[in-house]
Design a protein around this ligand. Structure first.
Ligand SMILES: [Zn+2]
Length: 254
């Protein structure tokens, strides 16, 4: 394992990953998560929404889709060795950086006391020809605002301490999913690339690969998906002399 920079001390013993939708964490950091759980670190997921709008089929009932996607996310967490997943159940597509959401995230931070929080980069408005989903930006914003300074400061949301016994907590390490010029930490995920691909495929309601009739063979579409993902990780790694990497923007708050 060779991370970049080599003196980066890593996320510590307990990591809380906070994202907008089921499968966001898998695209952003599943290979790192699988590596950390294999090293004995504890990882907890928090999903702001359960992805109830993630379909183009008008006959699908959003609440039923949310239930299915929560089940898929739990199976994915089993694959990755993630200990627990918290569902905040905000409405998909409607996430705003409100004080209510900030408080819900502060509650999770004070409950789990993570050494590190990983979330989505709120400054990404677009990337290439891809417009970033507003839920991604707003989840990243609400999470950063919760980490700093709300979770840390005793006089922020004092009712959490008073009524729920949840004391202020300092998150030492913060990572935003990032690449290219924005990224400043690269984790070597050479041993867990395949686990990331397996985890993403387990979001079956979103992947919809055409099956090859009568065989166990992955379809051309499914093979290409795996190759594309592997290519992304290889490309990131090649920027820092690592075979396969996931990359992040890093803040130390300890
Ligand atoms: Zn998403």
């Amino acid at each position: 394992m060779t991370d970049w920079p080599e003196d980066h001390e890593g996320p510590g013993h307990k990591i809380l990953v906070i994202v907008a939708h089921p499968d966001d964490a898998e695209f952003m950091c599943a290979a790192s998560v699988a590596r950390w759980t294999s090293e004995g670190k504890e990882v907890v997921y928090a999903l702001v929404t359960s992805g109830d709008k993630g379909t183009s089929d008008p006959s699908v009932v959003p609440s039923e889709l949310a239930a299915l996607r929560e089940k898929e996310q739990q199976e994915v967490c089993r694959i990755l060795g993630v200990k627990q997943v918290e569902f905040l159940r905000y409405e998909d597509g409607m996430v705003q950086n409100t004080l209510e959401l900030r408080k819900d995230i502060v509650r999770l931070i004070r409950k789990h006391k993570p050494s590190a929080v990983i979330t989505q980069n709120p400054t990404v408005r677009w990337s290439g020809h891809y417009i970033n989903h507003p839920d991604h930006r707003n989840t990243g914003d609400a999470t950063l605002d919760a980490v700093f300074p709300s979770a840390r400061d005793v006089h922020m949301f004092p009712e959490l301490a008073l009524n729920e016994g949840l004391e202020a907590h300092i998150v030492e390490h913060v990572y935003l999913g990032a690449r290219d010029d924005i990224a400043d930490v690269y984790f070597d995920v050479t041993d867990t690339v395949e686990t990331k691909i397996r985890a993403l495929k387990a979001h079956a309601s979103q992947m919809r690969f055409t099956p090859v009739n009568g065989t166990e063979e992955p379809s051309k579409e499914e093979r290409e998906f795996g190759e594309r993902l592997t290519g992304w990780l290889k490309d990131r790694g090649s920027q820092k002399g690592i075979p396969y990497a996931e990359s992040f923007k890093y803040f130390y708050l300890g």
